[in-house]
Design a protein around this ligand. Structure first.
Ligand code: CTP
Ligand code: CA
Length: 226
């Protein structure tokens, strides 16, 4: 087994991370999903682990693998399942990082049998999923540090700041889809971290692993000042 060094910076701290997309069933063979690869969330889980934290990763369907066996992984499919897993884990988490691309809507009901194609087309009725990050922000524990992501294509900063307020997080990691080679499917990312104090940090384009390390350094630096 490969040898690696774990620092003690987050020793005794529990971190909850979400990753990947969620899939919301339309019928037994189809779903509503998105292009999230899970890379950023998995990199964050690995990075928190190497800084000494006890890590629980709740992930939607991805092709990612974790290099460290003692990260606890809970695999889920739907937003509702992710919420249940997070409710259970967030109670005892000191750090929460929500990197999952949770579906915003799900079909009101999944058809029990495969829907046959019809000449007139198909209208699906969708209903909103619960906002997991907002739930955790509303039920925030003392000294819990909560980090959310924001994926925006316009009015990025304004929308990200609104999310920080609405979801009661300590910081928002802003992903801009306008940048090249960043975000969905890429191995690299470029983000801006906005802290509730008004401080912000730009993390330039680099590997998602390095971006994760920088985000974790930011969390360590800010987790004790509010
Ligand atoms: N999030 C969540 N549960 C949801 C939707 C989003 O926990 N049902 C979390 C994401 O994991 C992310 C943050 O909320 O950390 C922001 O997600 P994003 O999709 O950017 O924002 P939304 O609030 O869903 O708003 P919109 O998609 O309209 O921009
Ligand atoms: Ca969304």
């Amino acid at each position: 087994t490969a040898k690696y060094f774990r620092s003690t910076e987050l020793q005794g701290q529990k971190a909850l991370v979400t990753a990947g997309p969620t899939y919301e069933a339309i019928d037994p063979v189809r779903f509503i999903g998105n292009h999230s690869s899970g890379k950023m969330g998995f990199a964050l889980a690995a990075s928190l682990y190497l800084r000494g934290a006890d890590v629980v990763l709740v992930t939607g369907p991805t092709a990612q693998q974790l290099p460290y066996a003692d990260i606890t992984v809970t695999e889920v499919t739907t937003a509702a399942q992710m919420l249940e897993a997070c409710k259970e884990q967030a109670i005892s988490a000191d750090i929460v990082v929500m990197a999952a691309a949770v579906a915003d809507y799900r079909p009101v009901e999944a058809a029990p049998e495969k829907i046959k194609k019809k000449e007139q087309g198909l209208t699906l009725e969708l209903t909103k999923t619960e906002d997991i990050l907002a739930y955790i922000g509303q039920h925030r524990r003392d000294n819990q540090f909560i980090a959310g992501f924001a994926l925006e294509t316009e009015h990025e900063r304004e929308h990200a700041l609104e999310k920080m307020k609405k979801k009661n997080t300590d910081c928002i990691i802003l992903n801009s889809l306008r940048d090249t080679a960043a975000g969905f499917g890429f191995d690299t990312n470029q983000v801006t971290i906005l802290h509730r104090s008004g401080d912000e940090q730009i993390i330039p384009l680099q590997s998602k692993k390095t971006v994760a390390d920088e985000i974790v350094s930011f969390i360590i630096k800010y987790r004790n000042e509010k």
